[in-house]
Design a protein around this ligand. Structure first.
Ligand code: C5P
Length: 232
């Protein structure tokens, strides 16, 4: 482990219910090729070599199960109702590192190379970094009745993934200072944007897709099966 990775904590929010996946278990505990999504996500972070410590945030009723999955070297804490509540709980358990990577358990097949690329950007001085991919669909805005109100220029749109990398102090301060505001944000970079902190992008990776629906899980199963012995 490098000196810089020793100062980097990986936070893994895994406290979502995963209602859109439709299973009996919260999403991070759903099985992919016989192992929970959470286990895949932790392995990716470990393999990247970019973090010296991992903190998993899960539902209060699943702390014991998450500890079994994560093993003895991972800190596991209870999350909250909104994703930002879970991230805040993770930040509180992270100690005082210089850098933090926030990585959704649901992006369980994220290549370690993408994790390293985000980490390298924050280590090189960017206060906030997100992986971004061009949007392939035309995106429209609609009103309450579903009637189209506009079509943003697609060339300026990006789909944002995780891990998202931050200067630890900046993110911790933003979460502490704006609890109510944070509840309305859908990723951590939004808090930085609102605080006027520049958010840099690195090239995202299609394999860092988020498992949200049964179709996503079927895709992940097919990817893992196609890798055969090379599976990580
Ligand atoms: O719901 P969504 O797919 O956007 O969740 C992204 C990630 O945030 C998932 O890994 C989920 O477990 C986590 N999450 C959380 N606490 C919540 C809601 C979501 O840790 N209250």
């Amino acid at each position: 482990m490098s000196e810089t990775s020793a100062e980097t904590v990986g936070l893994v929010p895994a406290a979502g219910l995963g209602i859109r996946l439709g299973g009996a278990l919260p999403k991070a505990f759903v099985s992919l090729a016989g192992r929970p999504l959470l286990s895949w996500a932790i392995d990716g972070l470990r393999e990247s070599g970019a973090v010296g410590k991992i903190v998993v945030i899960c539902g209060a009723d699943l702390l014991t199960r998450a500890r079994e999955i994560a093993g003895p070297h991972v800190t596991v804490v209870a999350g909250g109702a909104e994703r930002s509540d879970s991230v805040r709980a993770g930040l509180a358990a992270a100690g005082t590192p210089r850098f933090v990577l926030v990585h959704d358990a649901a992006r369980c097949l994220t290549p370690p190379s993408l994790i390293r690329s985000v980490a390298a950007a924050v280590w090189n001085g960017a206060p906030a970094v997100v992986p971004a991919l061009p949007v392939v669909d035309t995106i429209k805005t609609v009103d309450d009745h579903g009637v189209v109100t506009g079509t943003p220029d697609r060339s300026a749109l990006r789909a944002i993934q995780t891990p998202q990398g931050f200067d630890f102090r900046l993110l911790a301060d933003a979460h502490r200072e704006s609890v109510d505001e944070a509840r309305a944000v859908t990723d951590d970079a939004m808090l930085m944007e609102r605080a006027g902190v520049p958010v840099a992008t690195v090239q995202g990776d299609p394999y860092a897709f988020k498992i949200t629906t049964p179709l996503d899980l079927a895709l992940a199963e097919a990817i893992v099966a196609s890798r055969g012995a090379n599976v990580r």
